[in-house]
Design a protein around this ligand. Structure first.
Ligand SMILES: [Zn+2]
Length: 424
């Protein structure tokens, strides 16, 4: 797994941006950076120690980026998360991080959960997994989408003891601008690359209607100021026009979900250059087991998905791909299949561009605290070397990403090869 230098010979490149493959090319990676991309063969000094990968005309593309992931919670059932020994849960998360990388996702933006330790272990090479842009605990008001306390844990006296999910760093419950500021700064102190707030009702949380607007503008603004002073931004969970508008007025730079948006609010996102991190949520095989109450809320969201993508396209809103899988190992295993669903609204090239170059641009929004400075999501000289060698052309058949075990022959992250299934 040593980094060194790698030469990909005779590959056709999907560079993350273009809607067509390149002519047969060679790509030279040195250390963790793409050093050269050349349409004519790259010849090497015989003395240099370079690993050569014969692409045989196969497709080389950027590693995939999931802009809405929960490394701690994607594959573990909710009841276990609320009751099991945290050290056990962290080991499960580490196992899932390796599976995530092996699905070709070389970067994830983590929008809630205790992943600072996991990120560190991966970055140090102790564990295997994707680059993680962590948010740390998501910040929620009392009774908001991040309030998963049991019924008997309320009332809490001001300044009283923290609930289990707060102690573990999953959620932070805050009920004033001062509390939000404190919690936001605590996440930044631990290494959050962006801050995540719950700004409106959610599906899986029991104590809030989906129509609810959460926090007040001054509360959200407190987080925005804390993030902005650290060079980064706030993104919010919000579905409804009212929740989205309040958050935008407070200065957030991202909206997560937003399936219940209306046309004027979509226009506002375009005008304000806000990133819209949308999930292809449909009433299909990727719906987790839900309580009857949550199920009712979910169908309202599913009904909005088609229109949301239609508006995102109509107003050319900066749109990110994120899967937002929670509590289910089977569905987490379908991360690539969730991406492939995007062809309901986009061409394969557009969908793959969103999950590579576009999401890479979104990651860079974390400014001077970006944990992985450098270009992500593109195959070009000078970019970070996160690469997939695909057996087939994903621009013709995006469903290749559904079966990474079979179709991703080489997986490279940061110049290191984690998988090489090419015949020796
Ligand atoms: Zn989420």
């Amino acid at each position: 797994m040593a980094r060194g230098a790698t030469l990909f010979q005779n590959v056709r490149i999907f560079d993350g941006k273009s809607d067509a493959l390149s002519a047969p090319s060679d790509v030279l990676v040195k250390s963790n950076v793409i050093e050269r991309v050349s349409a004519s063969p790259i010849t090497l000094d015989t003395k240099t120690d370079v690993r050569v990968i014969a692409g045989d005309g196969r497709v080389l593309m950027p590693g995939l980026i999931d802009a809405h992931w929960h490394a701690f919670m994607a594959a573990t059932p909710q009841l276990l998360l609320m009751t099991a020994d945290p050290s056990y849960l962290h080991l499960l998360a580490a196992r899932q991080a390796e599976a995530t990388l092996m699905r070709g996702f070389t970067t994830v933006r983590d929008l809630g959960g205790p992943v600072f330790g996991l990120k560190r272990a991966i970055d140090e090479g102790v564990m295997i997994g994707p680059r993680i842009y962590p948010s740390g605990a998501f910040i929620s008001q009392t009774s908001g989408h991040g309030d998963f306390r049991f019924a008997f844990e309320v009332p809490r006296t001001l300044g009283g003891p923290l609930s289990h999910s707060e102690v573990e760093g999953i959620a932070a419950i805050a009920d004033s601008p001062d509390e939000v500021r404190l919690r936001a700064r605590e996440q930044l102190r631990q290494g959050a690359s962006q801050i995540k707030l719950m700004a409106g009702g959610g599906v899986a949380s029991p104590y809030n209607p989906i129509e609810s607007t959460q926090f007040t503008e001054p509360e959200i603004r407190a987080a925005v100021e804390a993030a902005d002073n650290w060079g980064t931004y706030v993104t919010v969970h919000a579905y409804t026009p009212r929740a989205i508008r309040q958050a935008v007025a407070a200065g957030v730079k991202g909206i997560e979900h937003g399936q219940l948006i209306d046309e004027p609010t979509a226009k506002l996102l375009a005008e304000k250059d806000i990133w819209w991190s949308l999930q292809p949520l449909l009433d299909d095989e990727d719906v987790p087991a839900l309580s009857p109450e949550s199920r009712k809320k979910a169908s309202v969201v599913f009904a909005g998905t088609d229109y949301a993508y239609e508006l995102a396209k109509k107003y050319k809103i900066k749109t990110a791909f994120g899967s937002d899988v929670l509590f289910d190992a089977r569905i987490a295993g379908r991360q690539g299949a969730i991406l492939a669903k995007m062809v309901r609204w986009y061409t394969p090239a557009e969908a793959l561009k969103m999950a590579t170059a576009d999401n890479g641009e979104l990651m860079a929004l974390s400014g001077f605290i970006n944990p992985y400075p450098g270009k992500l999501g593109v195959v070009e000289e000078g970019a970070l070397a996160d690469l997939l060698l695909v057996d087939g052309n994903p621009l013709e058949n995006v469903r290749l990403v559904e079966d990474p075990d079979k179709n991703f022959l080489v997986i490279m992250k940061d110049g290191t090869i984690y998988k090489n299934a090419l015949p020796k």
